[in-house]
Write a protein that binds this ligand. Sequence first.
Ligand code: PEP
Length: 252
Amino acid sequence: MKRTPVIAANWKMNITPSESEGFVKAFIPLVKDNREVEIVLCPSSPTIERVTRSLKDAQNIKTGGQNIYFEVNGAFTGETSASMLKDLGCSYVILGHSERREIFHETNDMVNKKVKKALQTGLSCIVCVGEKLSERQNGRTESVVKDHVTNSLANFSKDDMKNIVIAYEPVWAIGTGVNATPEQAEEVHVFIRGLLKDMFDEETAEATRIQYGGSVKPENIKELMAQKNIDGALVGGASLKPDSFAKIVNYQ
Ligand code: PEP
C-alpha cells in the first residue's frame, strides 16, 4: 500500500516566536514544490501562532503542538488544551515523546487520554514509542514497544487510527548523533505493523504511517526512507535550521 510520508519537525524548547519568522521565510521557498511529503512544523506553544501566521500562504506545510493536557479546561496551571492548539491552527500534536515520558513522568495511560482528547478535538496525533539503551541491551526492545503501542493506543477504533501516526523513536538515538541503522529501524517498524494487525486488522496496519525518529539528518534520510515500512521521520536537532530540514523533506 502507498502511504504518504509524513516528516515533522520537533523544535522542542527552541526557536522563539521572533526567530520563527526567519525560519519560515527561509523554509517556504525551499519546499514550495514538494507535494509528495506531508510537512509538519511543531513549535513550542508560544511560537505556534507566529508560525501559523507566517505560513498562511504555504498550503503544503502544517503545524502541530508538542503536547496537550487531556482535560478540556480549568485549573491546570501551565497546561495547554487540545482546543487551544486547534484554535491556533494546528493540525497535529506530538504525544508521548520520550522526553515527556522520562522528564515529566507521562505514563501510557496519560498518553492514551491525551490521544483521545486530541482526536475528539479534531487534531491528528503523532504518538511516540521506543526503548531506552539499557532495554535494547537487555533484549527488551519488543516488549517495551509493545507496551507503549498497545497501552497508548488502547480502546481506539480503526477509524481513529486514520488520524494517528506512530513515531518509533529509540531513546538511545534521540539527540545523540547515533541513528538506528535502517535495518534496525525497519525491524521494529515491521514489529509495530504486526501489533497493529493484531489490535485492529490488516488494512489498518497497512494504512498506518510509522515514522522513524532519532538523529535523522540530511545524510541518512534517504537510506531510512528506502525501507518498506518507514513512512516518514520525526526530526529534532536537524529541524532547527531551514536548509537542513528542507534537505530532509526533499529527500526524494
Ligand atoms: C526527537 O526528539 O523527536 C528527535 C528525534 O530528536 P533528534 O532528531 O535530535 O534525535
